[in-house]
Design a protein around this ligand. Structure first.
Ligand code: 5AD
Length: 526
């Protein structure tokens, strides 16, 4: 890899939204670093500012617009040579209109085209000499454009591999936990959701490429790997060679999954030469024995078969954690959302999961105030949170997204004050449930992957540095409040040496709150 070159521009990247974006940022940064670009933590010191954006909810988009506004003024008044780029889902969704609305944006790149970011930056720098007012030609790479050129799934696959393969990982810089993409895009078309339009159709990576990447990460020092996809349990890869039709590589047909069977039944049945998600998990678990923790997000609560649950049960280094977004406790709402399952089927999946993996912890996502949601629908969701034993819920107020079915065909008819009240009632129900789930751990010993100093500790140390607190012990003190996670993804806080960061330790739990567990380092070794 090239050393940072003081001649090269300094880059600042800010990430909005999901874990997928965190990985995308890491991959883009890796590419730029490989070309000798420098990085900075302050936009004020940067020559290139990139916003890696999320379109899932309006709130996230508004934050980006406010940033673009601030940077636009700064650029106009102080740094006309600053390169400003919007990458990720907002670029894809708003397309070239965005540049018309925000002429200060120099480049835009959709989430499927991120391997082109270095080229786009380079183009901006080269063409800027000709840029004398008038219509500026922003540099643009969007899947929409690309699809018109070569609309094959294989093309999407190839570009997916390009960026994921070019990865460099360093625990000193990236921590000991790494993300690995297994699937990109989504074919579910839930009526509220923008993802199929921004990230495109579902494309799965070859199992060998995933395995190689996990091995590389572990060799480089990763202790925990999280597999990423919008619907990881749909992962399936046809190992038969792709066929060529008139010189264009096409996805292999014939490996089509069996018809959907709701949540109750097994995973879809595949042809012999297809790798399923359960098989992928086992492949990684068995072939990378040095990997201490293997996790995955997010699962879709349909087509989640016992084969996956049994694989988790049988593989001790796979985390006992499922993120299973339910979205609503009401069948009428699930139908309006096009989720493809009923609450009974969802509850059946929870039961199967807990029967097969007794120590599993489950988290969920909820959308409150979706189109047509009645009080009755809402209380069904509250009831679900009271009774389903979720360790936590991510609760979102519905925000209509242009381009989705709900935006075009359903009325956003729940007033905002009602959305707010329902949101609060759901949070209260979940807080009680979280407290109950956490309390079960008091008196037990859990294994914890140590992530580093806790937020409280970091705040305290900053205050000492700024002289707000007279603490004479920082130089001598080795005990720090550390934060880590159990295999079930519960947050654990305990005192220890910061050198434990990136290791897995045992902690005796003494106290539980709605948000975390508190304990002390156990005598036993994890
Ligand atoms: N409004 C509110 N929440 C949404 N989510 C997805 N789309 C929307 C929307 N339009 C939530 C869902 C999903 C999570 C990532 O974001 O709960 O699981």
């Amino acid at each position: 890899m090239q050393q940072p070159n003081p001649q090269q521009p300094a880059v600042f990247i800010e990430t909005f939204g999901c874990q997928m974006n965190v990985l995308d940022t890491e991959l883009v940064a890796g590419q730029l670093r490989g070309l000798g670009y420098r990085f900075t933590d302050r936009w004020q010191d940067a020559d290139v500012v990139l916003y890696n954006t999320c379109s899932v909810r309006e709130h996230a988009e508004q934050k980006v617009w406010s940033r673009v506004g601030i940077l636009g003024d700064y650029k106009r008044d102080t740094r006309p040579d600053l390169v400003l780029g919007v990458i990720g889902c907002m670029a894809e969704r708003d397309g070239t209109d965005l540049v018309r609305k925000h002429p200060q944006v120099d480049l835009m790149c959709g989430p499927s085209e991120l391997d082109k970011v270095p080229l786009l930056i380079d183009n901006v720098l080269r063409t800027r000499v000709n840029d004398r007012g008038g219509l500026r030609s922003a540099q643009v790479a969007l899947q929409g454009d690309n699809q018109r050129r070569a609309s094959t799934l294989q093309a999407a696959r190839d570009s997916l591999e390009m960026i994921d393969l070019a990865r460099s990982f360093s625990p000193e810089r990236d921590g000991h936990s790494a993300y690995v993409r297994i699937t990109r895009g989504c074919n579910k078309y839930c009526t509220y959701c923008v993802v199929p339009f921004t990230r495109g159709q579902e494309v799965h990576r070859p199992p060998q490429a995933i395995l190689d990447e996990v091995r590389k990460l572990v060799d480089a020092g990763a202790v925990e790997v999280t597999l990423l996809g919008q619907t990881v349990n749909h992962y399936h890869y046809d190992n038969a060679a792709a066929v060529t039709v008139e010189g264009v590589t096409q996805p292999q047909v014939g490996s089509v999954i069996a018809p959907n069977r709701g949540t109750g039944g097994p995973s879809p049945v595949f042809a012999d030469d297809v790798t399923s998600f359960a098989q992928l998990l086992r492949l990684i678990h068995d072939n990378v024995p040095e990997l201490q923790r293997l996790r995955f997000v997010t699962s879709f609560p349909r087509d989640f078969g016992d084969d996956i649950l049994e694989t988790i049960r049988d593989c001790p280094r796979i985390c006992r954690y499922l993120h299973l977004p339910v979205q609503s406790g009401s069948d009428a709402q699930l139908k309006a959302m096009n989720r493809g399952y009923t609450i009974d089927q969802y509850r059946d999946l929870l039961q199967r999961a807990r029967r097969i993996i007794p120590d599993v912890e489950i988290a969920t996502d909820i959308i409150t105030g979706f189109c047509g949601e009645t009080e009755d629908d809402h209380w069904k969701t509250v009831d679900l949170l009271r009774t389903a034993d979720f360790k936590n819920s991510f609760i979102f107020k519905y925000s209509p997204r242009p381009g989705t079915v709900a935006y075009d065909r359903l009325e956003d008819d729940v007033p905002d004050d009602i959305k707010k009240r329902r949101n609060r009632e759901l949070l209260e129900a979940q807080a009680e449930a979280s407290q109950r789930v956490h309390a079960r751990y008091v008196g037990k010993t859990v294994s914890v992957f140590v992530e580093g100093a806790s937020r409280k500790e970091i705040k305290k140390q900053n205050q000492v540095e700024l002289g707000w607190e007279s603490d004479t012990s920082t130089a001598t003190r080795q005990v720090t409040q550390l934060s880590g996670r159990t295999g079930g993804d519960l947050i654990v806080l305990f005192d220890g040496d910061e050198a434990l960061t990136g290791t897995v330790v045992n902690v005796d739990i003494q106290r539980a709150t709605t948000l975390s567990l508190f304990g002390t380092l156990a005598e036993t070794i994890a």
